[in-house]
Design a protein around this ligand. Structure first.
Ligand SMILES: [Zn+2]
Length: 369
């Protein structure tokens, strides 16, 4: 019953905004839904944990988007929400519409993964870098469309060593002398792919609580591994960040978590939860009021960017825009909801750990081989 109510609420919320829902139709997490007559194998105990995750999301459209994806829960059409692309073959990332989201922050990435640009007043910082091919097909065209200059990018903050986050870094290192921020050196031997050939002098290594300052912006990093390295002992890669931003001149704090997706063994998921527990301590100390993933499908960022563009357009060109709807930035969710965002991620890790321990896959539909 609750699921249905939530769906209706999300739809009516969107209708009440009065905006076209084309962004939803484009949202890759919604394109590649898993269809079929679902029969979940979840035990009552697992379903109780899932209910706790749903309760954390409540009736919030953005938090529910996160919860359904992270838990691989069903949506209002009883379809399981999964990471985009998982059921696609030769899928290739395409550009999203570039958008200024805050006074000093711009989205320049694709439909699946950022590029987010932070303007520090004395140079730009980019959060994540898309795939290797994305440097010239996604990032640079979007950066130029917003009147920014890629040569001004002094640092790329990488959230983890996946090809969708690290892929384009060498293009910026080689062409603009950009430095790469990560939690460990990745300069590699020939076995490493070309996008992991950053030499030590082009890297800035950061760990728990370390700060990076450029211009008017000081960013705090936290090491948040989600899985163990191949040795099974040392925790793997991943940095998450607190980034100060401004909206209409007012200071806000954006928290972005680097290793959102759940992978690997039960032990990896225990590590994921340890990283999240550490991160939540930083959240309680720094009190972010904005939580956004580098991947825009995780928390409906594409929808929010469409709202921002629509409001800007109405301000500029139409007399009848709804002042109340456009009076607040849809990314500002407040401190309590920002904390709940990460509690949902943790609770979904509980659900996925229990599914794995019970011998069922992450969708809850099939027994593990
Ligand atoms: Zn990713």
């Amino acid at each position: 019953m609750k699921k249905k109510t939530l769906g209706l609420l999300a739809v009516s919320l969107c209708l009440s905004w009065g905006f076209s829902m084309s962004a939803v139709a484009q949202d890759p997490a919604k394109i590649w839904l898993r269809q079929g007559p679902n029969k979940l194998l979840d035990s009552d105990a697992i379903m109780a944990k899932m209910d706790m995750a749903r309760d954390l999301a409540g009736y919030d459209y953005y938090l529910s988007t996160l919860q359904r994806l992270q838990c691989q829960d069903i949506d209002e059409t009883y379809t399981i929400v999964q990471t985009p692309g998982v059921n696609m073959g030769a899928w290739k990332e395409v550009p999203a519409e570039p958008t200024q989201v805050f006074d000093n922050v711009y989205y320049v990435g694709g439909m699946e993964v950022g590029g987010w640009i932070i303007d520090t007043g004395e140079g730009l910082i980019m959060l994540d870098s898309s795939y290797e091919y994305g440097a010239t097909t996604i990032l640079e065209p979007n950066i130029a469309a917003l009147g920014l200059n890629p040569a001004d990018i002094k640092y790329i903050l990488v959230t983890h060593a996946g090809p969708d986050h690290f892929g384009a870094v060498m293009h910026f290192v080689d062409n603009y002398g950009t430095k790469v921020v990560f939690n460990r050196q990745l300069a590699g031997g020939p076995a490493n792919p070309p996008w992991l050939q950053v030499v030590p002098e082009d890297m800035v290594i950061m760990g728990d609580g370390d700060k990076l300052t450029l211009g008017n912006t000081t960013i705090t990093a936290v090491h948040t591994p989600r899985s163990y390295n191949a040795d099974g002992i040392t925790p793997g890669d991943g940095l998450s960040y607190f980034i100060p931003v401004k909206i209409n001149g007012k200071r806000h704090l954006w928290a972005t978590y680097g290793n959102t997706g759940l992978v690997g063994t039960v032990a990896d998921k225990v590590l994921y939860r340890e990283s999240m527990a550490k991160w939540l301590k930083y959240v309680d100390a720094l009190k972010p009021d904005i939580a956004i993933s580098s991947h825009p499908f995780v928390d409906a960022s594409l929808d929010r960017m469409e709202i921002i563009r629509e409001c800007n357009d109405r301000r500029g060109q139409h007399k009848g825009w709804n002042k109340q709807e456009c009076s607040r930035n849809p990314f500002v969710i407040g401190r309590k909801a920002a904390r709940r965002y990460f509690e949902i991620m943790d609770q979904c890790a509980v659900v996925q750990t229990m599914r794995q321990e019970a011998g069922i896959n992450s969708t809850g539909l099939e027994e593990l081989p």
